[in-house]
Ligand binder design. Sequence first.
Ligand code: ZN
Length: 139
Amino acid sequence: MDFNEIFNYVSEGIKWVSLGGIVYSGAIIGCYIYDGTLFHKKIESSKELEKIVKEEAKKLGLDSTKIDARYNYENKYFAQKNGDRYYLHLANSWEATRNTVKHELYHILKDCNRKNTFFYEKFIAEPRAILYGTFGIKI
Ligand SMILES: [Zn+2]
């Protein structure tokens, strides 16, 4: 195997890995945008958020009495475990939809009870929560 042959393999490999990365990132960004667009009703109050968290937690078999839903607290959205309770924060933004709540509840179900690495977050936790939040697919 000469240098040119190795170079061709490496450049072909880089091309396919890059293409895969672009497709992967595009799919994730596409789902985020789809979840937050005009096809989905925006959540506009704490009361509405609490009602949706209760409904969606039940569908996943989660105990909604252990989830503290906070609307527009610190202008962030995320799910987090704190002792034996969970926080679900939803910012008042274009992403404040039922699909985002479903996404964060799926993190509570699958990811909040374990220690997560960067690769677990990016390649398992996030795509899995997106699949459930956007399409309702449980894996
Ligand atoms: Zn997520």
